[in-house]
Design a protein around this ligand. Structure first.
Ligand SMILES: Nc1ncnc2c1ncn2[C@@H]1O[C@H](COP(=O)(O)OP(=O)(O)OP(=O)(O)O)[C@@H](O)[C@H]1O
Ligand SMILES: [Mg+2]
Length: 377
């Protein structure tokens, strides 16, 4: 009988990796917020996780959700498609229990003496009251993924209710999204940003030590290892990009399951190279399609040369603008829109918390090379 091959690495969107390495600063900020909730206090700020696709925002949210639940703090995970209306938001955050859920909202809640709101359009006050009631019974962390797609009116309601709830009860809002999230939040609540402090976190590629650990640790836990040259090669190919690390790890693990042996060598890296490279190419092609569908291909190709010199290359805002203008995007408003679009899809981004001068980076450096070669295709 065939035994099922265990999948060790997790190259799927949102999958918790076998070792969530790096992210010490981010885990530290989230853990301090959790410590506040545990003792019934409100953290001093909300948390916003910003980063290009595939860097581990969802994985970090999942890690935090589990940490909350282990500490007996309620954690509700949401994506914007689950909250298409004000009423849906209230229903998710303050669900009615027992007989109340069979009664019309207004009668039901009034009869049971809990929060009261207007079925025709929940307001921040209604939601705040319902949230305060809930959080006083048990602290709550609300984790909203893909928050850059929040409808402005629903996001605005949520942000207002969050700030007011935090003033009175142990509540934490964590938002995660692409680098387009700040634009979306600005459209909801202008004052939100100034109060985030250390709660604004950029989720970019891992540092080299964390990238190595992401491969070595899971292998070691399963009695396997990888020699120095093979590890160097995989870290180089993956560019410390979490999604590519999982993808290479998966290919190497499957190879090891088939061939046996405990040490992964360069020969194994060479053997799985073609399949790993073709999965990376599929990923580039999806990003190419996304840029094309968003009408951003010309802008993406225009700024790509700025990021070709080395993997950590950065560009100033002025350099990006000059590159866009030189490639036919001459109108100011069009350039602003193009840069906002590139940011929204995480092709380029400006990591928060930089010491001036503020610099832009490529979300995935090697993607810029791919776009340069294939933009016209
Ligand atoms: N710290 C980490 N260490 C190792 N692997 C990681 C880490 N963070 C994420 N990964 C892996 O990277 C991949 C991408 O992670 P995830 O889906 O969480 O990214 P994301 O930022 O949410 O992307 P998207 O914006 O597309 O939703 C997953 O395979 C995940 O297991
Ligand atoms: Mg995600």
């Amino acid at each position: 009988m065939n035994t099922i091959t265990p999948r060790l690495f997790r190259p799927g969107a949102g999958a918790l990796p076998p070792a969530l390495t790096g992210r010490e600063v981010e885990k530290g900020v989230l853990s301090r917020c959790l410590a506040d909730l545990v003792v019934g206090a409100a953290p001093p700020h909300d948390v916003v996780l910003l980063g290009p696709r595939g860097n581990g925002k969802t994985a970090l949210l999942t890690w935090f959700r589990d940490a909350c639940r282990n500490a007996s703090v309620d954690a509700v995970s949401l994506t914007p498609h689950r909250i298409p209306s004000h009423e849906a938001l209230v229903d998710v955050l303050a669900p009615r229990k027992g007989v109340a859920k069979w009664l019309p909202r207004k009668i039901g809640v009034a009869a049971l003496g809990t929060a009261e709101w207007n079925l025709e359009g929940a307001t921040a006050k209604d939601l705040t009251q319902a949230l305060i009631n809930r959080c006083r019974r048990r602290p709550l962390a609300l984790l909203v993924d893909e928050a850059h797609t929040l409808a402005p009116d629903i996001g605005g309601l949520l942000l207002n209710a969050s700030q007011q709830t935090r003033a009175d009860a142990p509540f934490l809002l964590v938002l995660a999204g692409t680098p387009g999230l700040p634009d979306r939040l600005d459209a909801m609540d202008a004052s939100f940003w100034s109060r985030l402090g250390e709660g604004l976190l950029g989720i970019g590629r891992l540092d080299e030590a964390a990238a190595r650990e992401a491969l070595v640790k899971p292998l070691a836990a399963h009695g396997a290892d990888i020699d120095r040259s093979a590890l160097d090669a995989v870290v180089e190919y993956s560019q410390c990009y979490p999604y590519f690390i999982q993808l290479w790890g998966d290919a190497l693990w499957q190879h090891r399951v088939t061939t046996g042996g405990t040490t992964i060598t360069v020969a194994a890296v060479d053997a799985v190279g073609p399949s790993a490279v073709s999965r990376v190419a599929d990923y580039y092609e999806n990003r190419h399609r996304e840029l094309s569908a968003e009408g951003l291909l010309t802008a993406a190709a225009a700024v790509a040369p700025l990021f070709q010199t080395r993997r950590e290359a950065t560009a100033t805002h002025r350099q990006l603008n000059t590159a866009l203008a030189a490639n036919g995007i001459e109108d100011d408003a069009e350039r602003v829109a193009a840069l906002a679009g590139l940011c929204r899809v995480g092709y380029v981004w400006c990591p928060p918390g930089q010491v001036p001068p503020v610099c832009w980076r490529a979300g995935i450096p090697s993607l810029t090379g791919y776009i340069l070669e294939n933009a016209a295709a």
